[in-house]
Structure formats: structure tokens, C-alpha cells
Design a protein around this ligand. Structure first.
Ligand code: PLP
Length: 435
């Protein structure tokens, strides 16, 4: 659509003019990093901003602009950028040695804090990322069941080599994946029965995050629980992102308990980590005090900075009570944004739950993964660019993550920016959604 392309070109031109230093930095980075980039999700046209400083829920870029940060490190930035208690925990750990190469009190304490909060966790093991946690959860299921097939869902993202934006891919780790449709209760139940005693695990995000922040329905998640149990397969919840929703993630909100859970992102206060766990019986396969146990390794599994930061982050900052309050506050905001779109009769919706949602151009919330039309992609790019020019940073694919240091003023900035966008482009949006 010509008008839409024109609006996007104009916004990008303003962006280029406003960000000469980021542009130059991007050009220089091209020499040693392909496309100047080492993390594809951070790339967007015409070039990404180079960030130099984070304070609370705000970021400052190389050209001196200040943003309210709703990228929120794709949910790992729950604590914002400068929580004094977390910083002090990291400094304290550093003062006692960088890499100790021994067990420390920190991983024991962080494991306790996590196991006390997530109903499915009696024991867990740490690793280095959410991706690694996914790989290890699958590995655990294969070890324990002696089976190979793993049921996953279209649109799911469990990590850099465990992702299904468009079904199976050569890019993935070579496990025996079978792909079903998210929130398809009947079809998935049938598929599980069909695979039967070859199925090691069903792995699911309780909210399909990168696939559009589509909440799994209760019927869907309960069906996965029942059907996987019937065929003797393990149910894995990837709560890497959703663990932030309330004190014990979606498994607590919906009272559906998986066999294994993967965690990551925020659980080390914003430092690198991952974790996977389940019942003590399942996790016993890694017990080195037992003969024949599997050897789960990883030099940085218990790195002191991450573990020490996590202990304070979960033990003192994101306590169960704070998690509950934050969930309610952010869910009220999400719903108020949707009420604003409805009042204006603009077909936009914040899909998701609480502090993680994605903006879609649609008259109603999405329950199934829906591929975006080319015009919808352009509209999304326009939204991203114009919000950014308004000082409101969201992910280029439309996701927004709220963080603990945000207050009503930050959320009102987002509301005003969204409202301005909806007002300016009401006709364009309606035309794209109508198709
Ligand atoms: C649901 C989910 N699982 C797993 C991962 C992978 O985590 P990491 O990037 O730490 O490998 C991500 C990352 O975005 C995620 O969103």
C-alpha cells in the first residue's frame, strides 16, 4: 500500500537524521560482525540504535536520546537496569572472586527460592541460557522415557536452535520433533495418541511468546497435561518468559503442573542463566551420588555473579508478594490499553497477559497463530519507528515487556504514544486489517 510505505519511509528518514552516531557505529560494526550484528532479534531497518546507558526502566542511546524501555531485554530486564540491591549483590560476589570453580552457597539458595515458588519443581539444575534449558529438558525426557519424539508447536520459540516459526527447520538441533498447532485442543490430543509410546515429551510455552504472545487456553494446557500422561510422555512447560507472571508462573495461575519446567531470562536478576527441573524422582538421573547417573556439565552453570544476583533478585526484590502486585498492576494496564483501542474503534489489541504482551493489528485478541500480511508487517514497522521517535522503545515485532521500576508515568507515556499512533493512522490501520 503506497500510503503506508510513504509513512514508513518518512518515519525512517526522521530516524536516520536523528541518529547519526548510531548509524556510524552500525557501519563500523559491519567489518567484524555480519551486518554489524550478533543477535538477529535486535536488528531492524535501517539500523538499530547503539545503547550506552540504562537507568531504572530507561535507556539512553549514543546520540543522547532517552527512552522508556519496553523491550525489557525480551523479558529478562524485569528488574530494570540499575536495581541497587542486585548491583550490590554482584559487587559483593565479585569482591570474593570471579570464577571460583567450586560449588557455592549461592546456587543452593537460588535453587531453594525457585523450588519453593514453582509447583512442578522439587529439584533443578542450572545451565547458561533458556536455550540450553530447553535442550536439557528434552534430553531429560529422552533419557527418562527411552523415547525420541518431541511434540512442539507452530510459532514456538524455545531457543536459538529450538524454534518453530514456520514448522520444522534445519536450523534446529536434530531432535525428532513433531509440530502441532497451538491451542488446537482436538488435533493435538489426537496427535499425542497417534504418536503414543514413541513420544518422549510435549514441550509448550504456556503463552506462545515470539509467536504473538498468545495465551494457551486452559482447555488446551489441561488437555496436554492429560494426554501426555496417558501415553507416558513428559509435559515440559517452557516458563522462561512466563515465570514472571505472578509468584509461580502460569503453572500456578492455571493450576496445571507439568513434569518439567524450563526457566531463564530474569531469574538471575538480568545476568545470564537458565534452569530446568521437575520432581526429585525425575531429577535423580543427575544425582552424582547415585551409580550410573547422567553427567550434566557446564563450566558456567553456577557462575557466582548470576547466582548471587538471582538470590537477591528473587529473595528480596521480586518476592512472591511483589510478583502478585506487579502482575495485577500490569494486567490492569494491558486491559486499559485494549479498552482505549476499543473506545476509538481502532482494530489494535495488546495480546498476552500482565507484563508481557504484543501489539497486533486485529479487532479481537488472537487465539491462534496467524501469519502477518506484508502490509501488516509494514504497519508494524511504522508503529515501531514512530513509537521509538516518541521515546517509547518496543520490540520491532511489537512485543512490550514491563519492568518493576516502571510507574504510572512510564505507562502513560506508552498509552499516549499508542493513542497518537492510532489517531494519526486510523484509516490506514482499518484498511490493512480489512485486507
Ligand atoms: C520462551 C522462551 N524460551 C527459551 C528462550 C531462550 O532463552 P535464551 O535466549 O536465554 O537462550 C527464550 C528466549 O527468548 C524464550 O522466549
Amino acid at each position: 500500500m503506497h500510503e503506508l510505505q510513504q509513512a514508513l519511509d518518512a518515519a525512517r528518514q526522521r530516524y536516520v537524521t536523528a541518529n547519526p552516531k548510531s548509524r556510524e557505529a552500525d557501519k563500523q560494526a559491519e567489518q567484524y560482525l555480519p551486518g554489524g550484528n550478533t543477535r538477529t532479534v535486535l536488528y531492524h531497518d535501517p539500523f538499530p540504535l547503539t545503547m550506552v546507558q540504562g537507568e531504572g526502566p530507561e535507556l539512553v542511546d549514543l546520540d543522547g536520546h532517552r527512552y522508556v524501555d519496553f523491550v525489557g531485554e525480551f523479558s529478562a530486564g524485569l528488574f530494570g537496569h540499575s536495581d541497587a540491591r542486585i548491583k550490590s549483590a554482584i559487587h559483593h560476589a565479585l569482591d570474593h572472586g570471579i570464577a571460583l570453580g567450586g560449588v557455592t552457597r549461592y546456587e543452593r539458595e537460588l535453587a531453594r527460592l525457585l523450588c519453593e515458588r514453582f509447583p512442578s519443581l522439587e529439584q533443578l539444575r542450572f545451565c547458561n541460557s533458556g536455550t540450553e534449558a530447553a535442550l536439557m529438558a528434552i534430553t531429560t525426557a529422552r533419557l527418562v522415557t527411552g523415547r525420541d519424539k518431541v511434540l512442539v508447536f507452530n510459532g514456538a520459540y524455545h531457543g536459538g536452535v529450538v524454534k518453530f516459526p514456520t514448522g520444522l527447520s534445519r536450523f534446529n538441533a536434530p531432535y525428532d520433533f513433531v509440530v502441532a498447532d497451538y491451542n488446537d485442543v482436538e488435533g493435538t490430543a489426537q496427535l499425542i495418541r497417534q504418536i503414543g509410546d514413541k513420544l518422549a515429551a510435549v514441550m509448550v510455552e504456556p503463552i506462545l511468546g515470539a509467536g504473538g504472545n498468545i495465551p494457551g487456553t486452559r482447555a488446551f494446557l489441561e488437555t496436554l497435561r492429560r494426554a501426555s500422561r496417558e501415553v507416558g510422555a513428559l509435559l515440559i512447560f517452557d516458563e522462561v518468559k512466563t515465570a514472571r507472571l505472578g509468584p509461580g508462573g502460569v503453572q500456578t495461575l492455571l493450576d496445571v503442573t507439568p513434569d518439567l519446567t524450563t526457566l531463564g531470562k530474569f531469574i538471575a536478576g538480568g545476568l545470564p542463566t537458565g534452569a530446568f527441573g521437575g520432581s526429585a524422582e525425575l531429577m535423580a538421573c543427575y544425582n552424582p551420588k547415585q551409580e550410573g547417573a547422567s553427567k550434566h556439565a557446564g563450566t558456567f552453570n553456577n557462575n557466582v555473579c548470576s547466582m548471587a544476583a538471582g538470590v537477591v533478585a528473587l529473595g528480596e526484590v521480586f518476592t512472591p508478594q511483589r510478583a502478585k502486585e506487579f502482575f495485577e498492576w500490569s494486567e490492569d494496564y494491558r486491559q486499559s490499553f485494549n479498552a482505549m483501542f476499543a473506545e476509538k474503534s481502532v482494530p489494535m489489541v495488546c495480546n498476552g497477559l500482565g507484563s508481557m504482551f504484543a501489539i497486533h493489528f486485529s479487532a479481537k485478541p488472537l487465539e491462534r497463530m496467524t501469519p502477518r500480511s506484508p502490509d501488516c508487517h509494514l504497519l508494524n514497522a511504522l508503529l515501531h519507528m514512530e513509537l521509538l521517535l516518541d521515546g517509547v522503545l518496543i520490540c520491532s515485532r511489537g512485543d512490550m515487556f514491563l519492568s518493576l521500576p516502571m510507574n504510572d508515568t512510564h505507562l502513560d507515556r506508552a498509552r499516549n504514544a499508542l493513542m497518537g499512533f492510532a489517531d494519526r493512522h486510523q484509516a490506514l490501520i482499518a484498511a490493512v486489517v480489512k485486507g
